[in-house]
Design a protein around this ligand. Structure first.
Ligand SMILES: Cc1ncc(COP(=O)(O)O)c(C=O)c1O
Length: 382
């Protein structure tokens, strides 16, 4: 197949750079000003005004009651799962089509993933597939859900809003409520993405965002937990900051805590980035529109568009090739010609740590893994 027109188009879209990366940050606002302020005042570490401000700003932006910042999205997921009541030996329903962090976080607790298929229109966890699997494998006892085969409790479900595209969260919530399963959203990739006007990550008990360098906004590294329950949020703050009882000079701790707090200097970057998020999302959506129009005229390559009733942040744009051979050919040509592209992550059920875990056959998941390629998606504002 001839992919030259595609690489030419992408080079032009990104101002004819020699090499077009997949996703890099942009700094157009108050980043330097706020970072200098941290240095000038010496508040670069675990105390400082930007930490509180970043949490408040994110809560306001996403519409949740309380946001609690962490040093990474993976940490945020770890604590989110703990606060959803997940314990050692529990099972957690999630997708095999995700980044390793989703599964690592639940493994830290000693829980085990069960991999359920994704939907073709969202690339995220399928409520229909979840219900089907639960109908066959689950039973309710004393308002808790158990796996009939393994006898383990099924405590939580972690959908992931893949590449920024929201899953069918209303339908998923209905299924999970029927089975007494907690919803914890992995919204690491979906800041700025809305489902029926509501921000992703705010539908369940807890949602987790990531601010890693390749995300829509970055703090260098970082994450955030989103809560609708203020008390639970306050508790999350406590245990992510070493569970120290507030006092001017005494050091007393009332719980096993974690040093997951984000330094002020990273939060300062986050505050500056968040001031421009709507411009970033608009730019990413414009890029997606340009791709959509372009790929309409390219045979055998389909551009993946946002699901209905959603606003996707189009964190990473996706094309779908006709089969695995075409996918490999496309990856080779684009990477040889100055355009960074990559396939989907190796599916979780194929990794040695998780290959023994239960799955439902993963028909759509495998279909995507053989065809999806991510193409350059950075914000186009300088
Ligand atoms: C789906 C998903 N979950 C979790 C994470 C973890 O975030 P972090 O890299 O901030 O730990 C990421 C991104 O890196 C991700 O893409």
């Amino acid at each position: 197949m001839d992919f030259k027109k595609t690489t030419d188009f992408i080079h032009e879209l990104y101002g004819n750079q020699d090499f077009v990366p997949l996703s890099v940050p942009v700094f157009i606002g108050n980043e330097k000003k706020y970072l200098n302020e941290c240095i000038d005042t010496t508040f670069v570490s675990s105390v400082g005004k930007f930490v509180d401000r970043f949490e408040d700003d994110i809560a306001k932006y996403t519409g949740c009651k309380r946001a609690v910042v962490c040093v990474s999205g993976t940490n945020a997921l770890h604590i989110s799962l703990m606060l959803a009541g997940v314990e050692r030996g529990d099972e957690v329903l999630t997708q095999a089509l995700t980044f390793i962090a989703t599964c690592n976080a639940l493994s830290y607790i000693g829980a085990e993933p069960v991999f359920i298929d994704v939907d073709r229109d969202t690339m995220g966890l399928s409520p229909t597939a979840v219900r089907k699997w639960l109908e066959i494998n689950a039973e309710i006892k004393d308002n808790q859900c158990f796996n009939k085969n393994t006898r383990r409790r099924i405590k939580a479900c972690v959908p992931m809003h893949t590449f920024g595209h929201p899953v069918h969260i209303d339908e998923l919530t209905t299924v999970l409520n029927d089975y007494h399963i907690e919803l914890v959203e992995d919204a690491a990739e979906s800041i700025g993405s809305l489902y029926k006007g509501k921000h992703t990550g705010t539908f369940g008990k807890v949602g987790a965002l990531s601010f890693n360098g390749n995300k829509t906004i970055t703090t260098g590294g970082g994450g955030m937990m989103l809560f609708n329950d203020e008390e639970l949020g306050a508790y999350a703050k406590h245990i992510t900051t070493q569970a120290k009882i507030p006092h001017r000079w005494e050091f007393r701790h009332d719980h096993i805590g974690y040093n997951y707090r984000m330094p002020n200097i990273n939060a300062a970057l986050g505050c500056a980035q968040l001031e421009h998020i709507e411009e970033y999302v608009a730019s990413k959506r414009e890029t997606a529109k340009a791709y959509e129009e372009f790929f309409k005229n390219v045979p055998d390559i389909e551009f993946f568009t946002e699901p209905e009733n959603c606003r996707s942040n189009y964190w990473l744009n996706v094309v779908i090739l006709k089969d695995k051979d075409a996918q490999q050919e496309f990856l080779q040509f684009t990477n040889d010609n100055g355009v960074m592209t990559r396939p989907i992550w190796e599916l979780m059920n194929r990794l040695p740590m998780f290959e023994h875990c239960q799955n439902d056959g993963l028909k759509n998941t495998t279909w995507f893994a053989d065809r999806v390629v991510n193409i350059p998606s950075s914000v186009r504002i300088k």
